[in-house]
Design a protein around this ligand. Structure first.
Ligand SMILES: *Cc1c(COP(=O)(O)O)cnc(C)c1O
Length: 354
């Protein structure tokens, strides 16, 4: 079955939701901002709340223009559709969202192939990128785009350092490739490092941020780039059915998030560190040290599989996910320090009995 089963109404309610930062619910303040939003017809550029948001994000990322899209996936898909032609090759880390989690969109809609680059923690080195480049002959697919995830999701919410980002941009430019930054959690990287979003995205032809992750908005993502690039994204947005009407209701939530939910990402990072610290004190639990709000761990050394531990925590109202063979815990604005403490205690108890 391709579709998740509907929620079982008799299931034990979730109290501690570490499944994903997409699980956040709009806060009362955000809902108020949405209710007050001035709206218009977004499709003809006439929604003032959407326009304000796009200007904010273009400035934040240091780009000429930006466009509001329903999802981060549509940001990635429209970006490669603009950058590439059928048969082109995109390079990305093997764990990238564009490879594993977009339903094959880049092949299905664009006819592009994506080459998976190796590297620890969701990142490849500038040298790995350089050695994956091949001469421009008629035998080989044109290499058109290099894509990075800041932060790298399956890599562990890890942060690309600025020097590597700059080196990758430089290699891409001197070899005629466009540069694309999947910034689903870019602001997590900015808050963790103190580097501004425009510095992080500088030199990247396209970059986007997701509002439905740790920023806590119900829907939406904004992609930014040159005026010409954004013009072409608009055409694909129209073609894919992503043009909206009174989308200002949603855009107002995103602008509210920029005003109120960015600095507080530091709390999520500190909760993630506390979770990792607590789990690593339990014998047999192997924890990847978090850099942002994602904590990956394996309990197998404690005599329990990841699947079993996730299943044993669920009756306590704790929701976690298995992701590529490890458990992923995600902190966000609906997760408190007390919930982290309780989760660590439950894992300790279950591991003791295992
Ligand atoms: C969530 C995510 C996306 C897709 O964003 P949606 O808004 O869920 O479509 C893309 N890339 C990364 C790294 C993500 O974590």
């Amino acid at each position: 079955m391709y579709t998740p089963a509907p929620r079982d109404p008799k299931a034990i309610p979730v109290r501690i939701n570490l499944l994903s930062d997409t699980q956040t619910r709009p806060t009362p303040g955000m809902r108020e901002a949405m209710a007050r939003a001035e709206v218009g017809d977004e499709q003809i550029g006439d929604d003032p709340s959407v326009n304000v948001l796009c200007e904010r994000v273009a400035a934040l990322l240091g780009k000429e223009a930006a466009v509001f899209l329903p999802s981060g996936t549509m940001c990635n898909v429209t970006a490669t559709l603009v950058h590439c032609r059928p048969g082109d090759e995109i390079l990305a880390h093997g764990s990238a969202h564009i490879i594993a989690r977009e339903g094959g969109a880049h092949a299905a809609l664009g006819g592009f192939q994506i080459t998976a680059l190796p590297g620890a923690d969701g990142k490849f080195t500038p040298d790995t990128f350089r050695s994956a480049l091949h001469p421009r002959t008629r035998y080989q697919p044109p290499q058109t785009v290099i894509s990075v995830e800041q932060t790298a999701n399956i890599g562990g919410g890890t942060i690309w350092n600025k020097a590597d980002l700059d080196a990758i941009v430089q290699i891409a430019k001197s070899n005629g490739l466009a540069t694309h930054m999947d910034g689903a959690r870019l602001l997590n990287a900015c808050v963790a490092t103190g580097i501004s979003a425009s510095d992080m995205a500088s030199g990247w032809d396209s970059a986007w941020i997701d509002f439905s992750k740790g920023l806590g908005a119900p829907v939406g993502a904004v992609i930014a780039g040159s005026r010409d690039f954004i013009d072409e994204v608009w055409r694909w947005k129209q073609r894919l059915g992503g043009s909206m009407r009174q989308a200002g209701i949603c855009a107002a939530a995103c602008t509210y998030a920029l005003d109120h939910h960015v600095d507080r990402l530091a709390d999520d990072h500190s909760n993630a560190r506390a979770l990792a610290r607590g789990l690593s004190q339990i014998a047999g639990i192997d924890v990847q040290q978090p850099e942002t709000n994602l904590v990956f761990f394996k309990p197998d050394g404690a005599g329990i599989s990841g699947d079993d531990l996730v299943a044993r925590l669920r009756p306590h109202g704790v929701l976690l996910a298995m992701m590529d063979g490890r458990i992923r815990a995600c902190t966000h604005l609906d997760v408190t320090a007390e919930m982290i403490e309780e989760t660590v205690g439950l894992v300790r108890e279950i591991a003791r009995g295992a």
